[in-house]
Structures are given as structure tokens and as C-alpha cells.
Write a protein of this length. Structure first.
Length: 249
């Protein structure tokens, strides 16, 4: 019973974080499961995805209610993300767990460095119209989907900073579009991990329930934050996740 409550509370905390940053909570759930519960990298990723998929569904709906997501932008991201996430997830389940963990840490460090660099470089203000559309949104969906399938994070952490810096969207719009990308890619990735028995369901299901209870609150917080603060917190969040996992390498 105590373990069940612990998983629910952890899921609620991760759901809030996922709502704030538009990533479903998986990025911090994976290092948390590895550090706190000693799960191998692939099992941590598969277990986190059980929480991420329903969280992404609810967060996507909440973001769409507050800031309408354009289907013409979401569709190429989501369709290409789905195809390449499937490829990435098949690749992931065959990689050595320790190698995968080192790769995940390197992935987080690269993302952190990129986001930190953006904090100190002057960028053009967000445009009223997206600077690029098809086929560049499809290219972004493919790259993000591959990373999402490989590391079980849905691709949103890749797509969000690229959408704000290169495509000229606001942080909130980028997070909404990234959730549209993440929904199909996390779904196909979860199925692949589950088929290969890389999910701990006894941990995953109560975490998913806790996440669903709290993610709407996280979305509300995101929409109340100043743009620069939200970007800064996102960068710090990536660094924290990298440090947590580095101790397990």
C-alpha cells in the first residue's frame, strides 16, 4: 500500500512537470526510475511511457483549449514522428542497457547546452506566422520521432527548442505542437517496448493515474509564466535530469 501511494505521488509530481514543459513527464521519470528504483535504462523508458501516453493526450487537449493548435502544422510533425519513432524504438530495445544510458545522458547534455546557448544569444521575436512549414516540419518530425523512439521521451524535448528558435513560434505554441508530435510517437514506442517486455506495469499504472490527476495544473502554470522564465526553467530541468542519470552511469 505504501509503495502504491509512493508511485501515485511520484506520478503526480511528474505529471505537473510534464504539463509545465509540454513533455508528458517522461524526461524526468526515466532518470527517476533509474536512480530511485534501479531499473535498467530500457525498462525505465518503457515504464515511463505508460505514464507519458495518457499525460500527453490530456496535456494536448488542455493546450489546444488555451491556444488552438493548427492541424496543418501538427499533421506533418505527427505523421513523420510516428514513422520514425517506430524505427527508433525497434533500435532501442536491442541496444545494451549501459550503452543506452550513456547515450541518454549525452542526449540530455546536448539538449541542455543548446537551450543554455539560446538563453544568452539574442533571437528574433516570435513571428505571427510560422517561418517554415512543409517539408521542414516533416524533417523536424522525423528527427524528433527518431530521438523519441530511441530514448522514450516522445520527441517533444527536441522539437520544442527548434520550433521556438528556427520556426519562430512562442514557447507555449511550440510546446503544444510538440505534444501533437509526441502523442502518436509515444504510442507506437510504448507498444514496441511492451511487446519486448520492457515495461514494469506494477510501477507504471499507479504513476500514470497520479500523472493524470496533476497534468492539467501543470498546463495552467505554463500559461501563467513569463516566456523567458519558462525557457530558463526548461533548460535547468534538462540539466537536472542529465545530472541524475550521470550518477547511474
Amino acid at each position: 500500500m505504501i509503495e502504491l501511494v509512493m508511485y501515485l505521488v511520484l506520478g503526480a509530481a511528474l505529471g505537473t512537470v510534464g504539463g509545465v514543459f509540454g513533455i508528458g513527464g517522461g524526461l524526468i521519470a526515466i532518470p527517476a526510475l533509474g536512480v530511485l528504483f534501479g531499473l535498467d535504462q530500457q525498462i525505465a523508458q518503457g515504464t515511463a511511457l505508460v505514464m507519458v501516453v495518457p499525460n500527453v493526450m490530456l496535456a494536448l487537449w488542455r493546450y489546444h483549449q488555451r491556444n488552438r493548435i493548427e492541424l496543418r502544422h501538427a499533421l506533418p510533425l505527427a505523421s513523420m514522428g510516428f514513422c520514425f519513432a517506430w524505427i527508433g524504438s525497434i533500435w532501442a530495445v536491442g541496444v545494451d542497457a549501459q550503452v543506452m544510458r550513456v547515450g541518454f545522458v549525452a542526449f540530455l547534455i546536448a539538449l541542455s547546452a543548446y537551450n543554455l546557448l539560446r538563453m544568452f544569444i539574442a533571437t528574433a521575436p516570435a513571428a505571427s506566422q510560422m517561418r517554415y512549414s512543409w517539408p521542414w516540419l516533416g524533417v523536424l518530425g522525423a528527427a524528433s520521432g527518431t530521438m523519441g523512439g530511441l530514448f522514450g521521451v516522445g520527441g517533444a524535448v527536441v522539437a520544442t527548442p527548434v520550433l521556438t528558435s528556427l520556426f519562430g513560434t512562442t514557447q507555449v505554441v511550440a510546446q503544444g505542437l510538440s505534444l501533437a508530435l509526441a502523442l502518436p510517437s509515444t504510442g507506437v514506442t510504448l507498444v514496441t517496448y511492451a511487446v519486448h517486455h520492457q515495461v514494469n506495469w506494477s510501477i507504471a499504472l499507479p504513476m500514470a493515474a497520479g500523472g493524470l490527476l496533476s497534468i492539467s495544473w501543470g498546463v495552467k502554470i505554463a500559461h501563467s509564466m513569463p516566456e523567458r522564465m519558462l525557457r530558463g526553467l526548461f533548460c535547468g530541468f534538462l540539466v537536472l535530469c542529465a545530472v541524475m542519470l550521470a550518477f547511474k552511469v
